[in-house]
Design a protein around this ligand. Structure first.
Ligand code: PLP
Length: 384
């Protein structure tokens, strides 16, 4: 689509040229890495090179990268009573933060009676003292806290969470989907035992991701089959997807720090323009946030109307969580932060990426000003 401004990068990203090139080279196949012949061995080489790259980029051992169909599957694979921590212990209960992605909120393979929700404060950051209370003098838990929230961009204090979880004998899973390639991610430095990643948030193809384990951590497979991925994820490998994931991640991380600075400056312009309109509220503004994400609302605004108005102006944005866009449900993230339903119903997310320009931001601001009545909307809508 030409002459559009794409501001929905937390939902998905365009394919990076590096990923496309690597994928096109791998797509032809034949690609069955389990075959012993030369063709199979070539496919195996591609998969293991991709695994090595992803492992290096998050500070893990290659053997601890399990490729999956995406982060939804990685989260489902991680969240089970069959997951064993480095000491070999399992956890009978699951504690998740109140702002997790739907694929974590579902609780994986835990029965709903075994799931507890750790609250967040008004800034959208997990409440460490409440989490400590939930872990103290209780049976060890598998705890899942995301690195950065997909709606607000709020970065979570994973190091402090890891200390609490490990002191209580628990296991920590971190959904790092939104943080990976936007901020530094290293499994050891974070103190995570399991880390979920997704390729399509950083310029790779959709339908591929990974669950990364800290050395010594094990998981119970979701299904049985041919024993691929060291029997942790059976099924013939998505070779071109894995190759594209690795190429995109490499390119994204090489550009990460410069892009973070550039996007932070663009976002600062965007937010100062938004704040200049009456009643605009930017959520999680008090928290450390991803440099590319803004979630904004204004009194009386309806997100469905706003998203359509932006779209008609040639700008792609989303309301609340993009993964649930299409159906309009109030954001559980904003509810957990104590935002009133009236304000939450107008929440619009603008998320920036590597093609975003100053012109895109100016265009989004103009559309916003029309939407909130600072500028006239033009002949078609003025009469309505
Ligand atoms: N976790 C977070 C934080 C996400 O934002 C998303 C996608 O929006 C997912 C998990 C799911 O990832 P995938 O689309 O690879 O299944």
């Amino acid at each position: 689509m030409t002459d559009r401004a794409y501001l929905d990068w937390n939902a998905t990203t365009p394919l990076r040229p590096e990923a496309r090139e690597a994928m096109v080279a791998a797509l032809g196949g034949p690609n069955n890495p389990s075959s012993v012949h030369g063709e199979g061995r070539h496919a195996r080489k591609l998969v293991e090179a991709a695994r090595k790259t992803v492992a290096r980029l998050v500070g893990a051992a290659p053997g601890e990268v399990i490729f999956t169909s995406g982060a939804t599957e990685a989260n489902a694979l991680a969240l089970s009573a069959g997951t064993r921590g480095r000491d070999g212990a399992t956890a009978e209960r699951l504690v998740i933060s109140a702002i997790e992605h739907a694929s974590v909120m579902g609780g994986g393979r835990f029965d709903s009676s075994k799931i507890a929700i750790a609250p967040v404060g008004a800034a959208g950051v997990v409440d460490l003292s409440r989490l400590a209370d939930m872990l103290r003098n209780r049976p060890p838990a598998l705890v899942s806290v995301m690195l950065a929230n997909n709606e607000t961009g709020a970065i979570q204090p994973i190091g402090a969470v890891a200390d609490l979880v490990h002191a209580s004998g628990g296991i920590l899973h971190v959904d790092a989907v939104q943080g990976f390639a936007k901020i530094p991610v290293n499994i050891e430095e974070l103190g995570a035992d399991l880390l979920s990643l997704s390729a399509h948030k950083l310029g790779g193809p959709s339908g591929v991701g990974a669950l990364v384990l800290r050395q010594g951590v094990t998981v119970a497979p979701l299904w049985r089959g041919g024993g691929q991925e060291r029997s942790r994820r059976s099924g013939t490998e998505n070779v071109s997807g894995m190759v594209g994931f690795a190429a995109a991640a490499e390119a994204a991380i090489a550009a990460r720090d410069g892009e973070a600075q550039r996007l932070a400056a663009l976002r600062a312009n965007l937010e100062s323009g938004l704040r200049a309109t009456p009643g605009a509220v930017i959520f999680a503004a008090e928290a450390a946030r991803l440099p590319n994400t803004t979630l904004v609302s204004a009194p009386g605004l309806k997100a469905e109307t706003a998203v359509i108005a932006f779209d008609l102006a040639g700008i792609a944005v989303s309301s609340g969580s993009a993964c649930s866009s299409g159906k309009v449900t109030p954001s559980h993230v904003l509810a957990a932060m104590g935002v009133t339903p009236e304000l939450a119903q107008g929440a619009v997310r603008l998320s920036l990426g590597w093609t975003t320009s100053e012109g895109d931001v100016a265009r989004a601001l103009e559309a916003w000003r029309k939407l909130v009545g600072v500028l006239p909307r033009g002949p078609q809508t003025a009469a309505a």
